[in-house]
Design a binder for this molecule. Structure first.
Ligand code: SAM
Length: 189
């Protein structure tokens, strides 16, 4: 290993550690009033959503990821369904800048906007994906009922919409300790 490659590796490690520290701090600060730390949907969960959408046989659709985090999930959906218009909304500016950089880097045209999900106009969405906390689901329920068009599909990971009857559900990981983790609830308005 040359001296330059040692310096390069050290700088890369410092940069990645810095980025992760910012992610952790950002998650704590933007969700400080909530008792959960946000995690991203796993690749298996994304695969499950892909299978669900294939089953529903949707060709062109407007897809909203409400609370898009660092953007990986929305970008994977765009890769799987290039004809979809995919949008990601998150209240964290850092996550939105990171998601935009990520989507340009991998050349997947996903539109990321910094927005509180309660201020997003849902009437244009054909499919809405939500992976957030039970308290948020409770509050979001009214908005979904008021704004989503007839026939819109709502896919919810882990924490179902209280009081709604899913059209069907799909297990993802089936962890013994937490069987509901990343379970998908599929609803149609
Ligand atoms: C569990 S993560 C899911 C990220 C992504 N959807 C995925 O599946 O990988 C939830 C995200 O929702 C965001 N979030 C929670 N409440 C929000 C709100 N009211 N408005 C905008 N974003 C919100 C958090 O900042 C976090 O990034």
């Amino acid at each position: 290993m040359t001296q330059y490659s040692v310096i390069f590796t050290a700088l890369l490690i410092i940069f990645i550690s810095f980025l992760y520290s910012v992610f952790i701090l950002d998650s704590i600060l933007t969700n400080i009033h909530i008792k959960y730390i946000d995690v991203s949907s796993s690749k298996k969960a994304t695969q499950k959503v892909k299978e669900i959408l294939e089953k529903l046989d949707l060709k062109k659709a407007t897809f909203f990821d409400l609370g898009s985090g660092r953007g990986a999930f929305a970008i994977r959906i765009k890769k799987f369904f290039p004809d979809f218009q995919v949008y990601g909304f998150d209240r964290s500016p850092f996550k939105i800048y990171f998601s935009r950089a990520r989507s340009s880097f991998v050349r997947q045209k996903v539109i990321f906007a910094r927005k509180n999900i309660f201020d997003v106009d849902l009437s244009r969405a054909d499919i809405v994906y939500i992976y957030t906390w039970p308290e948020t689901m409770e509050k979001l329920k009214n908005k979904l009922e008021k704004e989503l068009r007839q026939g819109a599909i709502i896919i919810v990971s882990t924490f179902p919409v209280p009081g709604w009857q899913p059209q069907f559900t799909q297990e993802t990981l089936m962890i013994k300790k937490d069987p509901g983790f990343e379970k998908m609830y599929v609803y149609r308005r």
